[in-house]
Write a protein that binds this ligand. Structure first.
Ligand code: TXA
Ligand code: MG
Length: 352
């Protein structure tokens, strides 16, 4: 299949851009697939109400079909039309954070096919905060099922070029909207149980949810480094966000971490391995390895979130065999950063 590639400036959706989005919307309405930017990561979109489209999404990503998709909408009325009942908590969260990086799980009605929800009777819904995404949703009939636009298991794409790398030839169109703003996938919160529960941490933190809802718990299995229990979001059980090489997270004081990583890097390089290190602005000059990358200032979590997947992808581009990363504070967005990093490392952590 020939994959068409178009560039659109999110902040200037002119007549030409509208025309591209109309064409992209037609592709989706006809059952085809389009990769597009959101504020979190790029999505691989198909018609959420068409079971055949969802099957195509699983095939293009190489994703297990028991791993449900997120339905992207542009209006609250469109949410009301596909669920049993919109819980009060959903209205509150929507008021506070939609459009934005939060996905809510609700009980679906018969309009949403089980192919889209991986067989579940619940559906994940999100209104993204990106003008290209919102216009595409409107042009596509209102409902776009979109997982992250990567081959299953690889780091989510924060740039269109990574969608091209993973999906070229497999889908009808890729829309390049530049580097995404946030860089980590949305927070997922389950509103179907008594107490709201975070199934995947993200940019909207537990504290931000508590501000709106009061008590909010978190599925511990996804943040405990040592947990072997099965997470509640089916997708969180797979090794994920992973670069091609092996990744080890090293925890300890700055000096201990730098010394340990340098010693291990030296050993691996002596064996002919290519070694990459994920450091921060304060430490990156202290390391020696084939490739050293800083994800920014340790205090600046938004930048670390924004850079993390890109850096993991860049190590792949550089054919790195063995990677080491510093560990990060787990407060605020740090919870999402560490969750993704732990999954990328297959929970491989050294505590000094
Ligand atoms: O930021 C995002 O959420 C991005 C952009 C494209 O919107 N999308 C994204 O989708 O990350 P995906 O498919 O890569 O991750 C969806 C996650 C999976 O872990 C899946 O298991 C979970 O959401 N999920 C979806 N529906 C669910 C449901 N009904 N119950 C529990 N978990 C669900
Ligand atoms: Mg994903």
């Amino acid at each position: 299949m020939n994959t068409e590639l178009y560039k659109i400036d999110e902040h200037n959706i002119d007549a030409a851009a509208k025309e591209i989005l109309r064409k992209a919307g037609d592709i989706i309405k006809e059952g085809g697939l389009v990769a597009f930017p959101t504020e979190t990561v790029y999505g691989l979109g198909g018609d959420a109400l068409n079971p055949e489209s969802s099957k195509k999404i699983y095939a293009a990503k190489g994703r297990p079909s028991d791993n449900p998709l997120i339905v992207h909408v542009a209006t609250m009325e469109d949410v009301e039309a596909i669920v049993d009942e919109v819980p009060e908590a959903a209205y509150k969260l929507a008021e506070a954070y939609w459009p934005g990086p939060i996905t809510m799980i609700m009980n679906k009605n018969e309009k949403v096919p089980h192919e889209t929800t991986g067989g579940l009777d619940t559906v994940a819904i999100r209104m993204p905060n990106n003008e290209i995404a919102l216009e595409l949703i409107r042009q596509s009939g209102g409902y776009i099922a979109a997982p992250s636009a990567n081959t299953s298991g690889r780091p989510s794409p924060t740039l269109a070029r990574y969608c091209v790398e993973d999906l070229s030839g497999k889908i009808e169109m890729i829309i390049d909207g530049g580097q995404v703003g946030i860089g980590l996938e949305s927070t997922i919160v389950d509103l179907t149980s008594e107490e709201p529960m975070i199934l995947r941490p993200g940019y909207i933190t537990q504290d931000m949810l508590k501000e709106v809802l009061g008590e909010v718990t978190i599925d511990r299995t996804i943040i405990d480094a040592a947990s072997t229990e099965k997470p509640k979001a089916p997708g969180m059980k797979y090794r994920h966000y992973a670069p091609k090489g092996s990744l080890t997270i090293v925890q300890g004081s700055q000096e201990e971490v730098v010394d340990y990583i340098n010693a291990k890097a030296k050993e691996a390089m002596a064996e002919g391995k290519r070694v990459g290190i994920i450091g921060t602005d304060a430490t990156s000059t202290l390391y020696s390895a084939d490739v050293i990358k800083s994800v920014g200032n340790r205090e600046d979590e938004a930048t670390i979130a924004h850079e993390l997947f890109k850096v993991l992808r860049e190590f792949d581009d550089e054919n790195i065999d063995i990677m080491f990363s510093e560990s990060f504070d787990e407060s605020g967005i740090g919870q999402a950063i560490m969750n993704r990093l732990l999954k990328a490392a297959g929970h491989n952590v050294i505590i000094l």
